[in-house]
Each structure stands twice: as structure tokens, then as C-alpha cells.
Design a binder for this molecule. Structure first.
Ligand SMILES: [Zn+2]
Length: 228
């Protein structure tokens, strides 16, 4: 990776070290048990990012720096919880529209505009109707819907991280076993076995989002209110 020395580089380094660790704990498994689905491939990388983020927050006392850290975290959350689902819906709509013939630029722009308005609501200043032309993932024809794994991985790794925090260092071996299972088991099976949660229940996901973001949003709002 290109290391520029700033906070983004530190996060990226943590992310890539997470991938390296993930591969390392699976290194002795048979080849057929080492191939990850895109939904589970980011489990250790985003876990490592969370470890670094919390260490930074724990070490940061002054309000300006905390606000900057929280702002970056919440901006990421907006990407995973609004932008990516918007992309998923747009891609699904492309398949529906394609049944009626080749896709025209005007129709794609109009669909993009409507979905951005729906997902961002009042917070959207200006839509970006040419997003469909700009985003590379829509053109990866051999891996359609290369969007939802990002959101899945983001929330799922949050569940793993919350469990690790709750259990402490004694859970480290469970964490390694969980990572070792990612090449041979589904996300649902791993969640049941290691986290005792049901991924098919909507509340599992909304609870995980609330646990992860609730305290960060509260602190962010308090810091902003204190400046007003
Ligand atoms: Zn990654």
C-alpha cells in the first residue's frame, strides 16, 4: 500500500493487516476451505479497522480531534447504510429495465436521481444522476451486485467486534476459529455458531447498527451542540 502517514493511511494499513491476519490463520487449511465469499472476505479487515478506531478514540481527549474522528466514522456509516443500499437497488432496477430493451442514458439518470432522493431524503443537497456511469462496480459484469457485500461485511464485522469487546481476550481463540470457518461455512451458520445470533432476523441487523453507531451519534451530537 501507499503509506502517506495520515489517519486514512493508518486505517488502510489496519485494514490490510486484517486481511493478512485472516489469510494467516487459514494458511494450514485445505485449499477448498480457504476461498472466501465476498460477504465474509472483509470480516477481519474491518475488525482490525475497528480496533484501531477505538484505540484512537480512547487516546484522543481534545474535542476537536474527537469530533474529526467521529465525523469520519459516521461518514463511513452513511456510505455503508445509504449509498451502498442505493447502489444495490439501482442495479436491481437495471435488470428490470433491461427486460424491455437496451438501457438508455436518460432512463438510467432518472432512476439514479429518484433512488438518491429516496435514500438520502432531506440530507441530499444535489443529486448526482450520472452516478450510474461513474461507478465502476456496475460494469463488473462477471460479479453482479458487487455492492451489498460491503454493507453485509460492515454490519457483520460490527457484530463480531461487539462480541469480542464483550468477551475480552479470552475470546481470541473463538475469533480465530470464526475466521477459519469463513472459507467453508455460510455467514448465517457462522453467526449462529460463534455469535448466537440469527442473521435472517431483521432485528439482528438493526440491533447491531444501533449498538455500533448509537453511542457515536450521541457523542457527535453533544460535541456539535457544545459548539453552537
Ligand atoms: Zn478489504
Amino acid at each position: 500500500m501507499t503509506y502517506g502517514g495520515g489517519p486514512n493511511s493508518i486505517q488502510t494499513l489496519a485494514h490490510e493487516l486484517g486481511h493478512a491476519y485472516h489469510n494467516w490463520v487459514m494458511a494450514d487449511l485445505p485449499w477448498a476451505h480457504r476461498s472466501l465469499t465476498s460477504c465474509l472476505a472483509e470480516s477481519a479487515s474491518t475488525f482490525a479497522e475497528a480496533v484501531v478506531r477505538d484505540a484512537l478514540l480512547a487516546a484522543t481527549r481534545d474535542d476537536d480531534s474527537r469530533l474529526a474522528l467521529l465525523d469520519r466514522e459516521l461518514a463511513d456509516a452513511t456510505t455503508f447504510l445509504a449509498n451502498i443500499p442505493m447502489r444495490f437497488e439501482l442495479e436491481r432496477q437495471m435488470f428490470v429495465m433491461r427486460k424491455d430493451g437496451p438501457l438508455a442514458a436518460a432512463a438510467l439518470s432518472s432512476a439514479t436521481d429518484q433512488l438518491q432522493r429516496r435514500w438520502y431524503g432531506d440530507s441530499l443537497g444535489r443529486s448526482f444522476p450520472l452516478f450510474w456511469a461513474d461507478k465502476l462496480h456496475f460494469y463488473l459484469t462477471d460479479s453482479p451486485f458487487y455492492n451489498f457485500p460491503y454493507t453485509f461485511g460492515y454490519v457483520f464485522s460490527g457484530m463480531i467486534y461487539a462480541r469480542a469487546r464483550a468477551e475480552g481476550p479470552a475470546w481470541a481463540q473463538e475469533y480465530r476459529d470464526l475466521l477459519r470457518a469463513t472459507g467453508s461455512h455460510s455467514g448465517e451458520a457462522i453467526a449462529t455458531r460463534f455469535l448466537s445470533v440469527d442473521l435472517t432476523a431483521t432485528s439482528t441487523w438493526s440491533d447491531a447498527i444501533q449498538t455500533r453507531l448509537g453511542p457515536l451519534i450521541d457523542e457527535f451530537e453533544a460535541l456539535v451542540a457544545a459548539r453552537a
